[in-house]
Design a protein. Sequence first.
Length: 274
Amino acid sequence: MNTWKSRRIGWVGLAAALVALALWLAHGPLGDMLLARDETWARIQRDRVFRVGMDASYPPFEVVDEAGQFVGYDVDLARALAERWGCRAEFASVSFDGLYDALRTDKFDLLISALPYDRTLTRDVLYSQSYFNAGEVLVARSDDIALSTLADLGDDAISVELGSEAHQLARQLVRDQGLSFTILPQREPEQVVEAVRQGRARALICDRVTANGYLGQADDLRLVGAPLTDAPYVIAVRLDAPQLLAEINTALTEWRDNGFFDDLDRRWFSTISP
């Protein structure tokens, strides 16, 4: 057999194998998942409305105001999605512990509720990209421009709330990374930030939500470096809504690049007290 014929037969065999694989995928569980229509997204496009579940008891992310209206960071995020899709967002509040059950039983189309990413639930729901990192951060005075990393602290004091995750993180950093800063525990959040403002501590560690509250009230403090830990807030949809998830992720990616989330930070974290 000449070389041309052998190559032709080889290509025919490969093509047959690919066809067989495609048929197997199309008729198997994976094919069902890949080819299934996202009925949730189709209904949203048809009815021009989607249902948002949240526990509206966590300002500034979500709360019901005195007029009975849903307001907050997550509410604005949902309404931005609605505007992008030419739809209307309908909100309902349930207890945080009941959010996932309500999503599974089709009471909501998506959850936006300062929802932490939970790796143990990835077989039950689809999670979006992170839209907010609530992890621990380092905060210092704005005029302390020499401080750029934890290592710059030397033997200086770090202010933390007694018994908090920040307190545990500070102890871990000293133990595991050989840092020598002094830990200054405070009983109240207000005392944590005042220790820095009064110069008794050079910086503080707290979660990003609390830090944004501090920064929103005055311009004498700043974030130092990248977050020390990751605690992503995400949007959840059902497993049978991959197109809806894709549309959400596309929006989050664009908004992360165009300053949309910076605007949300400025709007909502200037309204809460430290």
